[in-house]
Design a binder for this molecule. Structure first.
Ligand code: THU
Length: 150
């Protein structure tokens, strides 16, 4: 699974985003260590706080299906009317949820700036710029499961 393939799956997931309130659509594609991909989109709610981010949708789908070891995640997002997407980095809550399950120094987060999301079937690599970060870079000095070990 290449970075661009994972980003394309995140773009596919973004199409399913339920965002009547913010109109900001996010898609994520989470790659497990055995090569399976879980996709997720953000799902909003009239009560606002029950909203779930795309990244957490993907993580919770994976964990609830028995997958708990991950290599990387691709994240794409932007307002629904945009033809071109800016880089969209995971929120603090999603960074913390990732911290629970991944090795922060090696787990990769692929962010993508995409020139044209109106025709995903014809998306070529020259229309995508990728920024690769580790979870440690996004969440330095994170608090994780090992902090609760005696
Ligand atoms: N959102 C995500 O899904 N992931 C992020 O990393 C940033 C924010 C969603 C939550 C909400 O539905 C909308 O984007 C605006 O905050």
């Amino acid at each position: 699974m290449t970075e661009i393939e994972l980003i394309k799956l995140a773009l596919e997931a973004r199409e399913m985003a339920y965002t009547p309130y913010s109109r900001h659509k996010v898609g994520a594609a989470l790659l497990t260590t055995d090569g399976k991909v879980f996709k997720g989109c953000n799902i909003e709610n009239a009560g606002y706080t029950p909203t779930n981010c795309a990244e957490r949708t993907a993580i919770f789908k994976a964990v609830s299906e028995g997958y708990k070891t991950f290599e990387s995640i691709a994240v794409v997002g932007g307002m629904d009317k945009l033809k071109a997407l800016p880089f969209c980095a995971p929120c603090g809550v999603c960074r913390q949820v990732l911290r629970e399950f991944v090795a922060p120094d090696t787990f990769k987060v692929y962010l993508a700036e995409v020139d044209d999301v109106t025709d995903l079937n014809n998306l070529t690599e020259d229309k995508v710029r990728i920024k690769t970060m580790t979870l440690s870079e996004l969440l330095p000095l994170g608090f994780g499961p090992e902090n609760l070990e005696i």
